[in-house]
Design a protein. Structure first.
Length: 462
């Protein structure tokens, strides 16, 4: 029994080790987003080039995963952030945290990070479809790397090294020194000749040694004092002491190098402010408050960026926050102008109630269209409803004999409420439009208010 348990535990650890090793190998040889042959950011083309498959298949997989659960968009954005582009050192996210160079700007990388907040809240509201889609994408990538990870590894792992790490070129070999004859130094004294006693034969056959010659005492000649100036006439420059004059242009290596410029320490106020803004926006998105809309979240993020700009003015940093604050302010102003009552979602509404009780009090959309058909309602009863649309078209069909009280308004676009028409910008409100239908007063009563930000509004009898 002990042997069986031990073997099972070892196999589990081996499986986890294999998965971890495969994940490390994928990160080390991850795909690179090419600059050519891509549609948006090159994520699908990079995966196809890395594993040697058709990029159309990868694109179809992303589209299917995006439609069913939204995981395709999340995986694509993650690839945009964490896969380096061709000829870049690191990915955009790694460049944002200071680990290398990337051609993607830091401001655009921050915007990509911010896009995850509405993406998660939008597509993963039901949790299970998005989570399962994400697991399927991860499993498909695991199987793809396990089966074809050995292909084109050199292209995936080849990345340009920084200039500081570039190898030094080999030094050329020194030329051989030609042999020269040995020479004696000029200052070494020449040894005096060795004198030997000489003998000459005498007349009587005997030899008499001659007295040994003694060198006469050398007369000391006074040496001339060294001169520091050339002679008055020296057209050929023969005076040796004039050859050692200082060079007016010394070589560059002997000049003192200029002091390096003092690099100003970069302030981290910008990154700190962006981090605080991301945490704040994420917390507000997770919070379940009905009054908390996109306009409020953007307003709070703008307040955090404003505080960062004020703090950066004291430390001479954070100027990059301006590039993030400007588009956020434009988005916030646009949402406030188009959907002043808050965010009500995106999509189309097509309602055809057959009973008075089936008519809801409100039909709201921030972006999309609303089509309401009341022609199948009974001839008696009272209907009171309201339609609010930020951007899109509204189409309402009323029963022929119903008594109608209408209020219609369109900020930008066209309005046609029972032949009462407006067209243009900032249209006047069409209020208290009363129409009793073909049969006159009596029967079904309809009270309706329609408000459209940008688009068209059409109310007619069916």
């Amino acid at each position: 029994m002990l042997v069986t348990v031990s073997g099972t535990t070892g196999s589990n650890r081996g499986g986890l080790a294999d998965v971890e090793e495969l994940a490390q190998d994928f990160w080390a040889t991850r795909p690179r987003r090419p600059r050519r042959g891509r549609k948006i950011a090159g994520v699908a083309a990079g995966i196809a080039n890395r594993y040697g498959i058709d990029p159309t298949l990868v694109r179809i997989g992303f589209v299917v995963a995006a439609v069913y659960g939204g995981a395709g968009l999340v995986v694509y954005l993650m690839g945009w952030l964490f896969l380096p582009e061709q000829d870049d050192e690191v990915s955009p996210f790694e460049s944002l945290i200071g680990r290398g160079r990337s051609s993607t700007s830091s401001m655009f990388t921050v915007l990509l990070c911010l896009s995850f907040i509405p993406l998660f809240s939008w597509f993963f509201n039901g949790f299970y479809p998005g989570f399962l889609g994400l697991l399927i994408c991860a499993g498909a990538l695991y199987l793809l790397h396990r089966g074809r990870g050995h292909l084109r590894r050199d292209q995936a792992s080849a990345s340009p090294r920084p200039a500081a790490e570039a190898p030094m070129p080999p030094m050329p070999p020194m030329p051989p020194v030609p042999p020269t004859m040995p020479t004696m130094p000029m200052s070494s004294p020449v040894p005096p000749p060795v004198s030997t006693p000489m003998s000459t034969p005498a007349a009587g056959g005997t030899t008499v040694p001659l007295p040994e010659e003694t060198p006469a005492a050398e007369e000391r000649v006074a040496e001339p004092e060294p001169r520091n100036t050339p002679p008055s006439w020296d057209p050929l420059g023969a005076a040796p002491f004039a050859w050692d004059l200082p060079d007016p242009n010394p070589p560059l290596d002997e000049q003192e190098p200029p002091p390096p410029p003092v690099r100003r320490r970069r302030s981290r106020i910008g990154l700190v402010t962006v981090g605080v803004a991301l945490i704040t926006v994420a917390g507000m998105s997770i919070a379940d408050n009905s009054w908390l809309d996109a306009q409020h979240i953007i307003g709070v993020a703008m307040a955090v960026l404003g505080l960062g700009l004020v703090a950066g003015s004291f430390v001479r940093g954070g100027r990059g926050l301006i590039g993030l604050a400007v588009p956020l302010s434009v988005i916030g102003i646009g949402l406030t102008a188009i959907t002043p009552d808050g965010w009500h979602g995106v999509g189309d509404i097509d309602a055809r109630p057959t009973e008075v009780a089936h008519v809801t009090p409100e039909y709201n959309r921030s972006l999309g269209s609303v089509k309401l058909d009341l022609t199948e309602l009974p001839d008696t009863g009272t209907v009171d409803t309201r339609i609010d649309l930020g951007v899109g078209d509204v189409k309402v069909d009323l029963p022929p004999n119903a008594d109608v009280w209408l209020t219609c308004r369109t900020n930008v676009g066209t309005t046609n409420c029972l032949d009462h028409k407006r067209d243009g910008i900032d249209n006047d409100e069409l209020s208290e439009i009363v129409d009793h239908g073909v049969d006159g007063p009596g029967g079904l009563q309809v009270y309706m208010t329609i408000d459209v930000g940008v688009g068209s509004l059409d109310v007619d009898r069916g």
